[in-house]
Design a protein around this ligand. Sequence first.
Ligand SMILES: Cc1ncc(COP(=O)(O)O)c(C=O)c1O
Length: 231
Amino acid sequence: MKLNHSLNKIKTIKLASIPTPLDEAKRLADKIGLSKLFIKRDDLTGLAGGGNKARKLEYDFAEIINGGYDVVITAGGIQSNHARMTAAAARKLGLDIKLVLGGPDFEIAKGNLLLDVMFNAEIRYLVDDDANVSLENEMQKWSDELLQKGRKPFVIPIGGSTGLGALGYVKAMEELSAQLENDNVQIIVGVGSCGTLAGTILGSKIFMPNARVIGISVSRTLKQLKKELLN
Ligand SMILES: Cc1ncc(COP(=O)(O)O)c(C=O)c1O
């Protein structure tokens, strides 16, 4: 397939443990009246605990390494999976990591925050504030400060949802199509910063044309999501 050939030419850096297994959940399917139900185990992608961001980061970090950037900045809520996975990826590749984290509760380092600290991430906290605008402004400010000091910073947006990163989920659909008997399926994904959904929709159109994709918002309203998805 021509498009797939072009897709394979886009550079990535190996970060994720993929392909992830596709587990059948028979008892849950019976319980909720489905003939079949599978769970794509993207909780097993690695990077200190796994999650959906690893696939996206393979694309973003290729750009970072090939562009000679020496420090990565990203942002999220205080327990952000994306921040933790980006920190793990940066440290794995020998880069400095700066995190802007927002939220009310960071007196005690636990969960993802503890891992961020263990990865030696430098962290700026925005107290009682997880509004994306403030986090993004702070990332930009930090990036400018680092530039002034002669560093070469790369800012990964909240959730890692860049156009490039979404390709991770285009490729995931190729992976999934090889694990399923046919593409008459409904694919359900969580939706936050929208990269996963955008990549899943595009990937299903290419590799699983009969599939229907359903996104379930983890935080934002439908109006916000539509705007974000089209970006
Ligand atoms: C497990 C899981 N699935 C899906 C999402 C949504 O991903 P995205 O930010 O690409 O929309 C998130 C994060 O919000 C998540 O943690």
